[in-house]
Design a protein around this ligand. Structure first.
Ligand code: 5AD
Ligand code: SF4
Length: 448
């Protein structure tokens, strides 16, 4: 069927749809701000937008197929499409192919190039298609508009890229080498987020604990130094960071968990597998034992620390006995929450061509058992909170009248009813627990 071209006019409304990790959510917010600064307005839910940005994720399977089906769904009844931009990691990895296969896509823009969106939109409005998947030395951040508004809990990307080259992972190819954003820029952006309403900031990076930079006095500092300087922002109440690699848990960062009150007692530290043979094949450069030792140290620094992790089941060659080592590690750690995935071969990564690819039904069965074990530890962690009270940062209204939803210091979702407002830090008595959330009653208001 012949493709009906979109009208050649500059768009007035946009929608950014982000998939995947929190860094994509951050990028999506920055793209929205950028388009807003060009005079476009966000299309409300359910309303057709002139420009749609699909901010894609490539970490696991079927990413590209999903993009093509999303593109198909954007087609209107009259056969036209909005101006479509494909952004994010699928754009970076498969941009040329997308341009060839999907004529309704007018822009392909990689994660390091989206500051060029306004220019690309102008080109697209004039009927010209463009691709930018460059990874320029000069970063996009200096070209983005200043941040104005924020919800109570904001993301701040401090580091991008990864040099670790785990054998299953596309990130080093799609996001490039590790780059730390300058300390001064981060302090400015954090202040703006706080002025715009943020009470909590989560520092993001593919390998966030590899962040380094020069502080205001010219000293080379690590993530702990950045956390301390951010903690000096008076109205900022909470700091978190994710995702970390076990090998970059420095003594300074561990100590910050003991001494920095605004740093929340939560650590997302992926281990991926409990088997040393599998970890070696994954090129993780840590063992199950060295991982457990790090956890011991962080727990010694912060005894109430909640732990989270990522797991992959069915990595090539994983035997039943090796999978059981993962189950044993899960029991030993007592995670508060976790993400677990079936191994997905990523084109261009070393593991994709390794011998011993595990059958899908074996992966399904292992994932179910792992998730069952994780549910048990999560529920135990949440139940252990019952009878206590904790501070909850109110993020939004709940589904029921008078109900609010927020997060505990340990990143548990807590719902409660009572007098509150979005952005308040309130004291809540915890009365009921499920594997994924807690419910509570408002106790007394602490300083907001
Ligand atoms: N298959 C399955 N899971 C993966 N992850 C990364 N690459 C793959 C893959 N090819 C998981 C890891 C990582 C998380 C972000 O996604 O667990 O920590
Ligand atoms: Fe991927 Fe490993 Fe880097 Fe994490 S540390 S982004 S899993 S290569």
């Amino acid at each position: 069927m012949p493709q009906i071209e979109s009208p050649k006019t500059y768009p007035t409304s946009y929608r950014v749809k982000s998939f995947g990790c929190q860094m994509n959510v951050y990028d999506g917010e920055r793209m929205a701000e950028l388009l807003g600064s060009q005079g476009l307005t966000a299309a409300p839910d359910g309303v057709d937008a002139d420009l749609v940005v699909l901010n894609t994720c490539h970490i696991r399977e079927k990413a590209a197929e999903k993009v093509y089906s999303d593109i198909g769904r954007l087609k209107r009844e009259d056969g036209t499409s909005p101006l479509i931009a494909v952004a994010g990691c699928v754009a970076q990895a498969e941009g040329e192919e997308i341009m060839a296969r999907a004529p309704s896509v007018k822009m392909v823009v990689g994660p390091q190039a989206y500051h060029r969106l306004p220019e690309m939109v102008r080109e697209a409005a004039a009927g010209r298609r463009s691709t930018d998947t460059d990874m320029p030395a000069e970063t996009k951040f200096g070209h983005l508009p200043a941040r104005r508004r924020s919800g109570p809990s904001a993301f701040l990307t401090v580091q991008e890229g990864c040099d670790k080259f785990c054998t299953y992972c596309v990130v080093p190819y799609t996001r490039g080498a590790e780059v730390s954003r300058p300390h001064a820029d981060l302090i400015v952006e954090a202040r703006r987020l706080v002025d715009g309403g943020a009470r909590e900031i989560t520092l993001l990076g593919q390998n966030v604990n590899a962040w380094t930079g020069e502080d205001a006095k010219g000293r080379l500092v690590g993530l702990d130094g950045l956390i301390r300087d951010l903690a000096a922002i008076a109205d900022l109440a909470r700091i978190r960071y994710t995702t970390s690699h076990p090998n970059d848990m420095t003594a300074g960062l561990i100590e910050a968990h003991a001494s920095e009150a605004k740093l929340m007692p939560f650590l997302h530290l992926p281990v991926q597998s409990g088997s040393d043979r599998v970890l070696k094949a994954m090129n993780r450069s840590h063992t199950a034992e060295s991982y457990l030792r790090i956890l011991e140290q962080v727990r010694a620094a912060r005894p109430d620390l909640a732990l989270s992790g990522d797991f992959i089941v069915g990595f090539p060659g994983e035997t039943e006995a090796e999978f059981e080592e993962t189950l044993r590690l899960v029991e030993a750690v007592g995670y508060a929450q976790c993400f677990s995935f079936k191994y997905s071969p990523r084109p261009g990564t070393p593991a994709a061509t390794m011998d011993g690819q595990v059958a899908p039904e074996v992966m399904d069965e292992r994932l179910q058992r792992l998730q069952g074990a994780l549910n048990v530890t999560q529920l135990a962690f949440n139940r252990a909170s019952l009878g206590r009270s904790c501070d909850v940062l109110v993020e939004r209204r709940g589904k029921l009248p008078g109900q609010w939803l927020g997060k505990s210091p340990w990143l548990q979702s807590v719902h409660f009813t009572g007098e509150a407002a979005i952005g308040d830090l309130v004291r809540v008595d915890l009365v009921d627990a499920g594997p994924n959330s807690l419910s509570g009653r408002l106790a007394l208001q602490v300083a907001a």
